[in-house]
Design a protein around this ligand. Structure first.
Ligand code: AMP
Length: 180
């Protein structure tokens, strides 16, 4: 099922374009107006949770904007929420994954005991851009022995090719509520 037209229109109207942030040439998709609207935020969570795969055990969200969506989606699905964080933030033993950015690199971490072997995991984030963040998270989840059964994002920036990077990791059907 595609996102309902009414929800999609509402959500799109509440995402603000901020040109040249955080650097020249980037059009930043600011979700704070959406979060400030109870109807808009609820519509976003409902759409992200819609058509989730059966039997999701855990929803994984990435620091920081991913938390805002992944936590409520976990509650909606009756699943647990697992945070993926920047290095140095999680107190227990962690697995880390480093991936390339346009300039430089980034590292993400997950608690080594966060997800049992074989569990079914849905990954949720706000924006799918190049796909680097999501594929690094997929790698972490798989290294724990769990299965990634779905990816859901609020907004896909299709011109950045993230869908192709996900496909190269065997994830052929990410769900995007809105696509540009
Ligand atoms: P990527 O790893 O390139 O797919 O980037 C995804 C992450 O970067 C997401 O978690 C977003 O929060 C953030 N991001 C990338 N591009 C944008 C953008 N144009 N506007 C807002 N957030 C972005």
């Amino acid at each position: 099922m595609a996102a309902s037209g009414e929800n999609r229109t509402l959500i799109a109207s509440l995402i603000r374009d901020v040109p040249d942030f955080p650097k020249p040439g980037i059009v930043f998709k600011d979700i704070t107006p959406l979060l400030g609207s109870p109807a808009g935020y609820a519509a976003a969570i409902a759409e992200l949770a819609a058509d989730a795969p059966d039997g999701v055990d855990y929803v994984v969200g990435m620091e920081a904007r991913g938390f805002v969506f992944a936590g409520p989606v976990a509650l909606a699905l009756g699943a647990g929420f697992v945070p993926v964080r920047k290095p140095g933030k999680l107190p227990g033993a962690v697995l880390t994954q480093t991936y390339a950015l346009e300039y430089g690199e980034e590292t993400l971490a997950i608690h080594a005991d966060a997800i049992p072997t074989g569990a079914r995991v849905l990954i949720v984030d706000d924006v799918l851009a190049t796909g680097g963040t999501i594929t690094a998270t997929v790698d972490l989840v798989r290294r724990l022995g769990a299965q990634v059964v779905g990816v859901a994002v609020l907004l896909e920036l299709g011109f950045l090719g993230g869908r192709d990077l996900l496909a190269s990791h065997g994830l052929t059907d990410p769900r995007a509520v809105l696509s540009l």
